[in-house]
Design a protein around this ligand. Structure first.
Ligand code: NDP
Ligand code: 8X3
Length: 251
């Protein structure tokens, strides 16, 4: 049986990946901060697909806790076939001169440092097992910069660079590394960006058909299900109605 470890599995893209990998018969290690939600997702999937699931309640920003919690997994659960580095967020959408440094810290600590902390632990398990595939969730914001996106875009450009860097470093170990870069996907992303303002978040997706989390999970599955000799380096996936980070064809 294969195992996938997914960070940020309580919502959106991570949750959709948990569903799809469960459906494909993977056992799962699911990571997030919201314990109740994570347990709910895990119970639903374990009941529906009769698979085994471990839940790790952890904030990817806290390397000490992360190491403890990950190391607490039984040895046989440290054979991770697929790591989906998905946990991430945006906080605020302001010109840099008005930005809140606490928001900057949160984004940099989660999207960049958290992804690195998780990768360091799991890539060493993959090296020991001589196999593995790391999926890094970047963004159109890692390919383009848009007004007021400043720090979020910087973190996703960092993910783009780290994805390329990991591919060099893990090449001798036969570990695949793939970047999946979505355009606008309707999830909790904008509610989090606008700090709980659901009306403002809803407006982001008005007048066009955004991507669904399931669309991104499907793309990830495509990358993961290629033959052993094929690696998908990088995918940029947009809604049909979105041409760039800022150009959207709204009704
Ligand atoms: P959601 O807000 O729906 O999901 C984010 C997930 O990340 C949640 O499960 C959340 O879980 C988890 N998370 C956030 N911070 C932490 C943390 N410090 N430690 C552990 N888990 C954390 O958003 P999406 O599904 O849209 O976002 C997933 C990824 O996709 C992010 O990296 C985002 O940047 C990226 N992305 C999103 C796009 C979009 O338009 N939606 C487009 C391009 C990229 P919990 O709160 O329980 O910890
Ligand atoms: C999230 C999508 O358009 O806010 O990465 O950059 S966007």
């Amino acid at each position: 049986m294969k195992t996938a470890l997914i960070t940020g599995a309580t919502s959106g893209i991570g949750k959709a990946c948990a569903h799809l990998f469960a459906q494909q018969g993977y056992q799962l290690v699911l990571v997030a901060r919201r314990e109740e939600k994570l347990k709910e997702v895990a119970k639903h999937l374990a009941d529906k697909y009769a698979i085994e699931i471990k839940t790790l309640i952890a904030d990817v920003r806290d390397n000490t806790v992360l190491k403890e919690v990950f190391e607490s997994l039984p040895e046989e659960w440290k054979q991770i076939d697929v790591l989906i580095n998905n946990a991430g967020l945006s906080q605020g959408l302001e010109p840099v001169q008005n930005g809140d440094p606490n928001d900057w810290d949160t984004m940099i600590d989660t999207n960049v440092k958290g992804l690195l902390y998780v990768t360091k632990i799991v890539s060493n398990w993959m090296i020991a097992a001589k196999k593995g595939h790391i999926i890094n969730i970047g963004s159109i914001a890692g390919k383009e910069v848009y007004p007021n996106g400043n720090v979020y875009c910087a973190t996703k450009h960092a993910v783009d660079a780290l994805n390329k860097g990991m591919r060099f470093d893990l090449l001798p170990h036969g570990i695949k590394v793939t970047a999946i870069n979505p355009g606008m996907v309707e999830t909790e992303f904008s509610v989090v960006r606008f700090k709980g303002d659901e009306d403002k978040a809803k407006k982001v997706y008005e007048g066009f058909e955004p991507l669904l989390a399931q669309d991104i999970a499907d793309a990830i599955w495509f990358a993961v299900s290629r033959p052993a000799h094929v690696n998908i380096n990088d995918m940029l996936i947009m809604p049909t109605a979105q041409a760039s980070a800022t150009v959207v064809n709204r009704n």
